[in-house]
Design a protein around this ligand. Structure first.
Ligand code: FES
Ligand code: FES
Length: 154
């Protein structure tokens, strides 16, 4: 077992973990952060996307021990004082989800995308989300939501 210190959604945790434990299972099973979901376990779908020191990562592709000392942000930490994050609002207002399974990862990835490029073209949004798969809504409304969060269609 290895001792790790992490900050998740603003709260500090210290835990013993097995060196092979994936970050996504640490978040879900140890911390109960089940808002971060597992779609494939093979780093294909992006459903498990979280922020690690401010940048999006697929948490099924990171070991919990690799997050030692890091700040992790999950979908559960986005809303503040009962107010949805602007990206969450944009997804809601643009009907950018159907079953919602891909949504936590899509939102975390979209926030990272706008942090890197606050004024993306439609093509840049599509490229920025190419690691995140949606099996039901299709991507049209997801792209519209990111455009809305960025301040309007480009
Ligand atoms: S569960 Fe991590 S990429 Fe699919
Ligand atoms: S809304 Fe169902 S997988 Fe994207």
């Amino acid at each position: 077992m290895t001792l790790i210190n992490v900050t998740v959604d603003g709260v500090e945790y210290q835990d013993e973990v097995e060196p092979r434990m994936l970050l996504v299972y640490y978040l879900r099973e140890r911390l109960g952060k089940t808002g971060t979901v597992v779609g494939c376990d093979t780093s294909n779908c992006g459903a498990c996307t979280v922020h690690l020191d401010g940048h999006s990562v697929k948490s099924c592709n990171v070991l919990a021990v690799q997050a030692d000392g890091a700040e992790i942000g999950t979908i559960e930490g986005l809303a503040q004082n009962g107010e949805l994050h602007p990206m969450q609002k944009a997804f809601h207002e643009n009907h950018a989800l159907q079953c919602g399974y891909c949504t936590p990862g899509m939102i975390m990835q979209s926030i990272d995308l706008l942090n890197d490029n606050p004024d993306p073209t439609e093509q840049e949004i599509r490229e920025g989300l190419e690691g995140n798969l949606c099996r039901c809504t299709g991507y049209h409304n997801i792209v519209k939501a990111v455009q809305a969060a960025a301040g309007g269609a480009k």
